[in-house]
Design a protein around this ligand. Structure first.
Ligand code: NAD
Ligand code: ISE
Length: 338
């Protein structure tokens, strides 16, 4: 069976995923595309032989769309995801699931009422080989109980439109998701420390930031978010346990020895760093739909948790205080106790 996908939002990542679904993932075909910018929609749709439709609602309703991919701007996600649930169609939503906790909970309630999982959120790090190997080590008990996690999330530069709040909402949101999954634990409090700012930033920006999270089991996580580090796109993660530690490997790169120097390349963007993870994420999503299975990737509940935790982190940045995340109890539908 070929899964026919309708895409809402044909910007940077929308185009990447259209290419991925067309050239890399077998069993999928993009049949419909929309964007509020009609030129962009046409440019994305034409090369893959897809139709351009007037808006997201038309994409969701289309007879030749079996599953929906939402890659529009964050504040528009909730509307499209809710439409897809109402139509009973699987929907993959790039992060964030929604920009407010209230909208995330509306999605959770709609999906729960539908009675079957339809929503997957685009936290691709769970599909990265290195993070998956770390999880196997932790789950097998090889480092004992995790106690501390040290992380860094560095981008070479960001545009002037990037704000201090986006360090949590847009950037650290990936660590928030992957660490909840890696540790099988919940983040209960958050704090932000702002060291000396880099001169390489736009004046309005607090960069770097150090985020400190605490989990329900008492694990402490420190995360450096540094989005003007200049030298490359660099993702680091090291979990320290009672009996050892496990560290995320750097991407494979050849070592070059020349002119009395030994060097290895550092990647410069998330597209290259997580290309394989994105491919695996979409391959598994499409395979699951073709097999008539519910999605197994990050759920609407994970999307809710990430939005609440990153909003609390923004509050921590603005107030200078330790902020409790105050998540609601996880419903049984999403594997919780209640
Ligand atoms: P972008 O601005 O390049 O593209 C977004 C597109 O959506 C634009 O073309 C815009 O015209 C269109 N759009 C906005 N509202 C729309 C609507 N209601 N209906 C149809 N089209 C609409 O942004 P981007 O960098 O591609 O980011 C898109 C989403 O992907 C964001 O939510 C972002 O957080 C997420 N993202 C995820 C990752 C990741 O690592 N997983 C990386 C980058 C972006
Ligand atoms: C961007 O939206 C991403 O998702 C990237 O993975 C992240 O590194 C970057 O900081 C964000 O702006």
């Amino acid at each position: 069976m070929t899964v026919r996908v309708g895409v809402i939002g044909a910007g940077w990542i929308g185009k990447e995923h259209i290419r991925r679904l067309t050239d890399t993932v077998t069993g999928a075909r993009v049949t419909a595309v929309t964007d509020i910018d009609a030129v962009r929609a046409e440019e994305a749709a034409a090369p893959v032989g897809a139709r351009v439709l007037p808006d997201g609602a038309a994409v969701v309703a289309a007879d030749d769309v079996d599953a929906v991919l939402v890659t529009s701007w964050g504040p528009t996600h909730a509307e499209h995801v809710l439409n897809a649930i109402a139509a009973g169609k699987p929907v993959f939503c790039e992060k964030p699931l929604a920009t407010t906790a209230e909208d995330c909970l509306r999605i959770v309630e709609a999906e729960t009422a539908h009675g079957r999982r339809l929503v997957q959120v685009g936290f691709m790090r769970r599909y990265d080989t290195g993070y998956r190997q770390m999880k196997q080590v932790i789950d097998a008990g090889r480092i004992g109980e995790p106690l501390i996690v040290h992380c860094a999330h560095r981008n070479p530069t960001v545009p002037e439109s990037y704000t201090s709040e986006m360090a949590a909402l847009d950037t650290a949101v990936h660590e928030v998701d992957v660490l909840r999954w890696l540790l099988d634990d919940e983040i209960v409090s958050t704090q932000v420390i702002t060291p000396r700012a880099t001169s390489k930033r736009f004046a309005h920006l607090k960069d770097p930031q150090i985020m400190l999270f605490e989990t329900a089991k008492g694990v402490r996580i420190d995360l450096e978010v540094f989005v003007n580090c200049q030298y490359g796109y660099d993702i680091q993660c090291e979990a320290v346990g009672e009996e050892g530690l496990v560290r995320l490997p750097d991407p494979a790169a050849v070592g070059v020895r020349t002119a009395a120097r030994h060097s290895t390349e550092v990647l410069t963007d998330w597209v290259g760093r997580f290309r394989d993870a994105f491919d695996t994420e979409f391959r598994e999503w499409i395979e699951g739909i073709a097999a008539g299975e519910e999605p197994t990737g990050p759920s609407a509940w994970d999307g809710y948790a990430a939005t609440v935790i990153t909003a609390a982190t923004v509050e921590a940045l603005q107030s200078g205080r330790v902020v409790a995340t105050d998540l609601k109890p996880r419903p049984a539908f999403y594997g919780g106790a209640a």
